[in-house]
Design a protein. Structure first.
Length: 199
């Protein structure tokens, strides 16, 4: 599974990023944002991205801003910055069908999120590859079935790293957008991820 991160800090406009993801066959976009207001996404930009995603019929979630997710009519949100609070208890903001994720850094936090009606966990990006592998492995050994997503700068050449961690999917975009043919790069990563799925 590829979650394509739409990030205003990248050189291409957000709407162009969304179109590249969609043309490449991605079915899930994350609008990067922050509860501290560091990312200056205008209402017009956010609404344009939401409209493109709606028209294409893909999932749109918002990072660190449940209020913006609600305003856009997005499918959900993900909390990756602990200073923004916890996703636990925020389901009421978007409803029972909302897709909600939160960063996990220990097997205990993964288990807690699974018990708290959170849909997926984001592996703490500050963890080393070895620690990320251990986190996923220990979480599975503890009986946690919560999908765990690896974040970072990835493309199809990074599949061995992605597989080594054992993540359920990846949240990325920078390397894909920097490719000579971004649409082809998105398509290739999705194909590699799908081919690597266990039977």
């Amino acid at each position: 599974m590829l979650q394509f991160v739409l990030d205003i800090s990248l050189p291409r406009p957000l709407t162009e990023q969304a179109r590249i993801a969609i043309e490449g066959g991605c079915s899930w976009a994350i609008l990067a944002d922050t509860c501290r207001g560091d990312a200056k996404i205008t209402d017009t930009e956010a609404e344009a991205v939401a409209a493109i995603c709606r028209e294409a019929g893909i999932i749109l979630t918002v990072e660190n801003n449940p209020d913006l997710a609600q305003k856009l009519g997005a499918h959900g949100f993900v909390i990756t910055d602990k200073s923004c609070g916890s996703a636990v208890g925020l389901r009421g903001k978007l409803g029972a069908e909302a897709i909600i994720g939160e960063t996990v850094s220990t097997p205990a936090s993964a288990m807690m999120l699974e018990r708290s009606d959170i849909d997926y966990g984001v592996i703490d990006p500050s963890l080393s590859l070895e620690d990320a592998m251990k986190l996923v492995g220990d979480s599975r050994e503890a009986g946690c079935r919560l999908p765990l997503v690896l974040t970072g700068d990835f493309d199809a050449t990074d599949l061995p790293v992605i597989q080594a961690v054992g993540a359920s999917g990846v949240a990325t975009s920078r390397k894909l957008l920097e490719a000579d043919d971004p649409v082809a790069a998105v398509r290739r990563l999705i194909e590699e991820l799908n081919a690597a799925k266990p039977d």
